[in-house]
Design a protein around this ligand. Structure first.
Ligand code: OOB
Length: 547
């Protein structure tokens, strides 16, 4: 296996192959095979164009040639930082065809994140849209230490993916590729320090996508809307783009996450499947009555990334009685749990589902690493045919995050419902889950401490009605210093930190509360900010009444 990655034990790998869980095919081979069945069906589109399977395959083949001509080879890493568009699909397939390894970054990333990813993954290239949401990605990319910039349209210093020649490499042709090797890197949300790279193999990721397709009822007649950033595991392969490409379903990419825009696309494209985070479900719920009918074609809305609150689920079902509300508890590291499509309300609304594969193993564990009492809350551990055995080049982190016998410690607190479904009750990992986007507390604390006014920093989650959580920074300052929200934003922007990670509130304290061993008492800070917000809301409400 690729250097820096942890292979599955040989006897398990043999078992997965024997049982047909892992197949002897690469992702491009599987897509090329599916394409043969419906060559003229439209399979991907965005707001500018649509491609049939044969066009998709041809364009991916041309980009594969373009990559090779520009010196990209097997095992070279390419940062993919594209907004949702057709090129995301064609480029990803092209990379996989030549054995180059896509590193799935987010369009929201800025200099700090990209520099780290490039150096940590030894990336040779980055793929961008020259401009997205008013930001000059081409200028940022030119400023990075990287050999090749690929772009969705011509821009100075970039090689345009549109300018490929006619010579096209055929997709799914390289039979020498190993299906049990690393295909791509996803990014980890829930870990200490900086994000880790998650190596996913062809065989495990195909299984992940194929079984997710079955769990969500995807067929070649389905149309799935990708509104979440396509680089995330959820829209990419749960079942997402990859699941759709394997079944012949049509993937529609959109770059807007505004509810009214989504309603329009759903109606125009007769979308049947929508992967979404709770914040998006809430936004759809808030659509004016006149737009609600636009969702008539939707069959399944799969909600995950963050806990869907039961009242939201029920309200959604009441507002859109014709569709199935499904929950998914997933993670880029692997394990996926889905509620069954025919689950009664109390399961679909109140649990986060059951493991996707009969070969998944889960444990719910107390802090002393022994099994929790049946039905009690404990940390979720998992291992199975599509859960990684280790992060890329992270031996220290791997010793903490994986047990000796290969279980991944998810950091999620769950309990097993008597129905056999899991319920997420909290977490022990130090992150903020902002509308499904994960913010690493330690990563932001390190930036804040670099400011000359700040002596110590603790970033914690504060409750938010729509996003679920937002980041709040507790800071203690050096004597006589001040530090306000505007100054912090300016500072983090200058350091090139993605905006969604910026804390949205600062609490200045004399000293941060510490345990006996000198650890910051974050639970106390979370309680403190939740109480403050509740009190502020209360006083706002009473002032409104007084008015
Ligand atoms: C998905 O993947 P990641 O890697 O961004 O985040 C994983 C973490 C989980 O460990 C858990 O803490 C949280 O996100 N999470 C949920 C959840 N789904 C994910 N917490 C409560 N309820 C849920 N339904 O977020 C992801 C990957 C694939 C499919 C769906 C989500």
């Amino acid at each position: 296996m690729l250097e820096g990655c942890t292979p599955f034990p040989a006897e398990l790998a043999e078992r997965y192959v024997r049982e047909g869980i892992w197949r002897d095919e690469t992702i491009p081979q599987a897509i090329a095979k599916a394409a043969l069945e419906h060559p003229d069906s439209i399979v991907v589109s965005d707001s500018t164009r649509s491609l049939t399977y044969s066009q998709l395959i041809a364009e991916a083949g041309s980009i594969a040639t373009l990559l090779s001509r520009n010196g990209i080879d097997s095992n070279d890493r390419i940062i993919i930082q594209l907004p949702n568009c057709v090129e995301f699909a064609t480029l990803t397939i092209a990379c996989l065809e030549i054995g180059a390894i896509p590193v799935m970054a987010l369009p929201a990333f800025r200099k700090a994140e990209l520099e780290y990813l490039i150096s940590f993954s030894d990336a040779k290239a980055i793929a961008i849209a020259p401009e997205h949401r008013g930001f000059d990605h081409a200028a940022l990319a030119r400023d990075l230490n990287i050999r090749l910039i690929l772009s969705t349209s011509p821009a100075a210093g970039c090689v345009s993916m549109r300018e490929h020649g006619v010579s096209s490499r055929s997709i799914g042709s390289s039979t020498s590729d190993d299906p049990f090797e690393v295909a791509l890197f996803l990014l980890s949300g829930g870990t200490t320090g900086l994000p880790k790279l998650i190596p996913r193999t062809h065989a495990d990721y195909l299984y992940n996508a194929r079984e997710s397709g079955a769990a969500t009822g995807l067929t070649h007649e389905s149309r799935i809307l990708i509104a979440l950033p396509a680089e995330h595991n959820f829209p990419l392969a749960c079942p997402g783009l990859l699941g759709a490409l394997l079944t012949g379903a049509h993937t529609v990419f959109t770059q807007s996450s505004k509810a009214a825009d989504l309603a329009n696309v759903i109606e125009r494209e007769r979308i049947t499947h929508l992967p979404c985070v709770p914040a998006l479900a809430i936004a759809l719920l808030d659509l004016p009555q006149s737009l609600r009918a636009s969702l008539a074609s939707l069959r399944v809305i799969t909600v995950g990334g963050q806990r869907l609150q039961e009242p939201t689920a029920r309200a959604f079902q009441r507002a859109f009685p014709h569709l199935i509300v499904q929950q998914v508890l997933g993670m880029a590291e692997g394990l996926l749990c889905y509620t069954p499509l025919d689950a009664p309300g109390e399961i679909a609304f109140m649990t986060q589902g059951r493991p996707l594969s009969p070969a998944d193993e889960i444990r719910i564990v107390d802090p002393d690493d022994t099994d929790s009492a049946p039905g009690a809350i404990g940390e979720l551990w998992c291992r199975g045919p599509y859960t990684i055995r280790g992060y890329f080049r992270a031996p220290d982190r791997n010793r903490e995050a994986f047990t000796d016998d290969g279980f991944y410690r998810t950091g999620d607190l769950v309990r097993l419902d008597p129905s056999g479904n899991l319920v997420v009750e909290g977490r022990i990992k130090d992150l903020i889950n902002r509308g499904g986007e994960k913010i690493n507390a330690e990563e932001i604390e390190a930036h804040l401490i670099a400011h000359p006014a700040v002596s110590s920093a603790a970033v914690v989650a504060m409750p938010d009605a729509i996003l679920g959580e937002k980041a709040c920074a507790y800071l203690s300052l050096h004597h006589g210093e001040t530090f306000a929200l505007a100054a912090m934003r300016e500072f983090l922007a200058a350091r090139g930190v993605a905006q969604f990670k910026w804390p949205e509130r600062i609490e200045i304290v004399g000293e941060l509360p510490l345990t006996n061993v000198g650890k910051i008492r974050k639970a106390e800070l979370r309680r403190d900010i939740a109480e403050k917000l509740a009190a502020e809301l209360g006083s706002l409400a009473s002032r409104a009444v007084a008015l």
